[in-house]
Design a protein around this ligand. Sequence first.
Ligand code: PLP
Length: 400
Amino acid sequence: SNRVAERVRRIKPSPSTAAAERANQLRREGHSIVSLVVGEPDFDTPPHIRAAAAAAMNAGATRYTALPGTLELRRAIVAKLQRENGLQYEPQDIVVTNGAKSAIYSALAATLEPGDEVIIPAPYWVSYPDMVLACEGAPVTVACPEEDGFKLSPSRLEAAITPRTRWLVLNSPSNPTGATYTVNEYKALAAVLARYPAVMVMTDDIYEHIVFGEGPAPHLLAAAPELKDRTLAINGVSKTYAMTGWRIGWAAGPKDLIKALDTFLSQSAGNSCSISQAAAAAALDGEQSFVAESVATYRQRRDATAAAVNAIPGLSCRLPDGAFYLFVNCAGLIGRMTPAGKPIETDGDVVLYLLEVAGVALVAGTAYGLSPYFRLSIATSQDVLDDGVARIADAVAKLR
Ligand code: PLP
């Protein structure tokens, strides 16, 4: 008999974690591997944030906190939402979680009945469909092709909605494409949603500050405030402040949903780490120069790396508006043959070939629900990126 429940057997480990582990294993075996897999800033958490954590710990912030988060942190989040997004919330409209990941999972767990549908525009962050499956819901992925800027169009949204649709998940800027919705695009989606009042919206705003255009990414609720009572706005400090290990995220939303999250979390994860909460409050309230500096670095890497990739025959990529990935179109390699005589039929074949022959670890587009592509993370130094792209160019030139 299988001791593992069906709802766990139907999910799979994150493909990016799997790719990172495979790269590490090859490294341990002595191969020279350039890993362009990870989705976390390569910077250290800024010193003033680390100092705030140490001070909090030494001042006794070592106990359980209020479940929805310390009042200090929830006030800092309220101030952030007002200052940066123009959105009005109260501390009681916020619940602090163990990373944005836990906010998303807990919200799904707290709202989905078996078979309820969740619309997920593809390419998507790898975890959304599996989280929905773990909560016994049905992921409805909607392909958003490159010619649409990898964005959900109003007509594709409308075609995907059924009486069972519970949530629409919007992630802007997007992992893996960097696609970022404009105010007008949000308004057009909101016009569709106006006809389906039962559909709730989860905005995953985790990359909102990693943007390369003018100003921060607009928020859905700034474009369509009428959606506020059915929107859960999810965010966290992981990407903006290089705080992936601290595990602080949050959800802001209508009272009934926040209360459900609060109850669910009180009987599952419990409160988030007390010391990390103090650090996150310092990040939000403190001086913000790290954000602009790190984004300037990502922008240089994006420009240099995209230019180098676009110079490789058979590969192409759009300049992403945000986040720290290139989503590279590899359609031009499909149908070619490796020097060993193996046909390249899928983006998985491309990624395997580049790992084995070039020693470059990437993640295939299939993991994100759109092929043939691969994701290349620019959250690593320019030297590593240059080495990686040069290796890719050499290996691609060897294809027949
Ligand atoms: N949402 C997206 C789109 C992500 O790419 C990630 C991390 O990779 C997360 C959420 C998770 O963020 P956190 O570290 O706050 O759990």
